[in-house]
Design a protein around this ligand. Sequence first.
Ligand SMILES: Nc1ncnc2c1ncn2[C@@H]1O[C@H](COP(=O)(O)OP(=O)(O)O)[C@@H](O)[C@H]1O
Ligand SMILES: [Mg+2]
Length: 274
Amino acid sequence: MNAHTDALVVEHLVKEYRVHRTVFRAVDDVSFRISRGSTFGLVGESGSGKSTIARCALNLIEPTSGFSLIDGEDPARLRSRALRRLRARTGIVFQNPKAALNPRLRIRDSIAEPLRTHTSLTSTEVGERVASLLDEVGLSMTHADRLPHQLSGGQAQRAGVARAIATEPELVVLDEPTSALDVSVQAQVLNLLQRLKGERGLSYLLISHDLDVVRYMSDEAGVMRQGRMVESGRADVVLTAPSHEYTQQLLAAMPATPGAAASIPGGEERSILL
Ligand SMILES: Nc1ncnc2c1ncn2[C@@H]1O[C@H](COP(=O)(O)OP(=O)(O)O)[C@@H](O)[C@H]1O
Ligand SMILES: [Mg+2]
């Protein structure tokens, strides 16, 4: 890891999908960067291109043009071994934790899988790492032998987080990490993510259609509309006093926050739906 490079740089990213004979531009010239240890929130309506940006940035799909740099390295230019090594330095947390985990694998094996693939740890060391990861995300060994369907949504997402950070990545994509969860456990998972970020010095690309979630979590934010980033900057500015008309409309369309406040470790209070 290079202390002076950004965790993620996305430059002039374009992604077109071919649908029958037409070309649909899902991401249209998007650029942003995430400095080390900070969170960049991507907000916007469903279909505005948020997940496509994340997939292109990690090179899970090929951009039509533009590029990304993960810790200074362009994944599109790496050969398979170096690419696998770079992938191990990134993690993804998905919206639907039960669908993201293999339904036939016990939780301990889902968390162990990236360790077996990407590290040369012995099976004893893998077992120890899994135990400490479970502890770190607030699960106990009793959860380790369960299958995903035997966990609650919140527990399954904790397991998804443990899997995403298993190889000790520096950059983690959170793609709607709490959208599928009951409102009562959303804040718990967000607070877990905030704690892990502090403890591990993680950088997050947070994707959410929920402006409260992005405002609570992010240092900087970008607002997506139909494939374009219409506004970006400091999250508190963009999401409380936006200069762009579309962001103002998004904010106005939000249901009023019912005065609920979650305290963030560190004492600062910000408004968030609980
Ligand atoms: N594989 C694909 N083929 C064709 N169109 C796609 C594909 N993936 C996504 N899209 C389209 O691209 C647009 C952006 O999708 P997506 O990035 O998933 O948006 P978001 O994550 O903001 O909801 C949507 O209109 C979606 O239907
Ligand atoms: Mg999406």
